[in-house]
Design a protein around this ligand. Structure first.
Ligand SMILES: *[C@@H]1O[C@H](CO)[C@@H](O)[C@H](O)[C@H]1NC(C)=O
Length: 336
C-alpha cells in the first residue's frame, strides 16, 4: 500500500477518533471501559442531549451491574445490553474477554465465537452442536475495539433468526499499528477462521462483512492479497469455505473500484485513491453474485478519487444509515 493512502486513512480516522477523546463524547464514538473486570465496548447512542464527557464515569451502577451479570451469564460475550440513563438509551455489546490481541506480533489466536442469539439445536447436516445456521465474520475498521460498528449489523442480521451468531476476524490494528502488517494478519486469520468454521459446520451459511481497513481484508479474502502483498490467493468460490458464503458486504472500502455490478449508494461510480488491482479485482468479482459494496460519494476513503465534497462522518455512519438495508439484503440472500 502506498504511504500516501496509509497516511490519508490513518490521519482521517485518527482525527475523527482522537479528537473525540478530550472533547464531549459524540454519538457513534466507540467507547471501551472495564466494568467489574470485564472489558466492554459499545457505540455511543447519545443524541439530542448534552453528552457525558467520559462514558466510563457516566455509567450508573445499575448499568454496571447489568453488564457484570450478563458477562457472568455469557462469558463468550456478544450479548446486547440496553439501559436508559438520564432519559437517553444506551446500548452496547459485551465483548468476549479473549478478543483483545496482546501485541502486533502475537500468533493468530483461535477464533472466539461470540453469540448474539440463544443456543439452538444445530441444523440438518451439522453434527457439532455449536454450529449455527448463519455464522457472520466481522472484519473491523481501523482502531475499533471488537466488534466495532459492525456489531450493530451482526445484531440486525441475527435478529429474528433462530440460529445465528458471529465471530470477529482477529487482527491487531490499533492506533500506531502498521497498516499492511495488520491487513496481512487479518487476511490470514480470516481465511483460517472461515476454513475452520466451514469444516466444523459444513451445512452453515457464512456471511462476511468488512468495514474500512476491514473492508480491505474482506476484499482480500475474496480476491486475494492486493497492495499489502502476501501469499493469499483469495477464496475459491467453488470450494469450501468460498462456496459457503451466502452474502458478503464491504463498507467504506479504501480499495473501492468504480462501476462494479455490486456497488451500491451514490459513490458507486467513483473509485478510492488506491483501487484494487485488476488481478485481485477479477478474482473478487467471482463473488459478485453474493457481494455488495457500500460507498457514499461524500466518504473521503472509498470515494476519494471522486468530486466530493467529503465529510469524515460519511465514512463513520454507514451502520447508522444502512444497517437495516444491509441486514434485510443478507436475510434475502440467505433465503429468510
Ligand atoms: C448521496 O446519498 C446520500 C444518502 O442518500 C445523500 O445524503 C447525498 O446527498 C448524496 N450525495 C450526492 C452527491 O448526491
Amino acid at each position: 500500500m502506498s504511504p500516501r493512502s496509509v497516511t490519508l486513512l490513518s490521519a482521517l480516522l485518527a482525527a475523527s477518533s482522537v479528537s473525540a477523546a478530550p472533547a464531549a463524547l459524540q454519538k457513534r464514538d466507540m467507547v471501551t471501559a472495564v466494568i467489574d473486570g470485564q472489558t466492554v465496548s459499545w457505540e455511543n447512542n447519545w443524541f439530542g442531549a448534552p453528552a457525558p464527557t467520559a462514558a466510563p464515569t457516566a455509567i450508573p451502577s445499575s448499568v454496571a451491574a447489568a453488564a457484570s451479570s450478563s458477562a457472568a451469564a455469557n462469558n463468550a460475550g456478544g450479548q446486547w445490553i440496553t439501559a436508559s440513563f438520564a432519559g437517553e438509551v444506551f446500548s452496547w455489546q459485551v465483548n468476549a474477554p479473549t478478543a483483545t490481541p496482546a501485541a502486533t506480533s502475537a500468533a493468530p489466536a483461535p477464533a472466539q465465537p461470540t453469540s448474539v442469539a440463544a443456543p439452538q439445536p444445530s441444523q440438518a447436516g451439522n453434527t457439532d452442536p455449536s454450529c449455527k445456521d448463519v455464522h457472520i465474520f466481522l472484519s473491523k475498521g481501523w482502531n475499533e475495539p471488537y466488534p466495532g460498528r459492525q456489531g450493530k449489523l451482526a445484531g440486525a442480521i441475527c435478529y429474528g433468526l433462530d440460529s445465528c451468531d458471529y465471530e470477529d476476524i482477529l487482527y491487531y490494528n490499533a492506533e500506531g499499528s502498521d497498516y499492511c502488517t495488520a491487513v496481512s494478519e487479518g487476511d490470514k486469520n480470516g481465511i483460517d477462521q472461515m476454513t475452520a468454521y466451514a469444516n466444523k459446520c459444513p451445512a452453515s451459511k457464512l456471511v462476511l462483512t468488512g468495514y474500512s481497513q476491514g473492508a480491505n481484508i474482506a476484499g482480500d479474502i475474496l480476491g486475494g492479497a492486493d497492495i499489502c502483498a502476501g501469499l493469499n490467493p483469495g477464496l475459491d468460490p467453488s470450494t469450501s469455505p468460498g462456496n459457503k458464503i451466502g452474502a458478503a458486504l464491504i463498507f467504506g472500502d479504501n480499495r473501492h473500484v468504480a462501476d462494479q455490478s455490486y456497488n451500491v449508494l451514490n459513490g458507486s461510480s467513483v473509485s478510492s485513491n488506491d483501487p484494487r488491482s485488476p488481478d485481485s479485482l477479477a478474482r473478487m468479482n467471482k463473488f459478485a453474485g453474493v457481494l455488495r459494496s457500500y460507498c457514499d460519494q461524500a466518504d473521503p476513503v472509498c470515494a476519494a478519487a471522486g468530486p466530493g465534497p467529503f465529510t469524515v462522518d460519511n465514512h463513520l455512519n454507514y451502520f447508522d444509515r444502512y444497517t437495516d438495508d444491509a441486514a434485510g439484503w443478507v436475510k434475502y440472500m440467505l433465503g429468510y
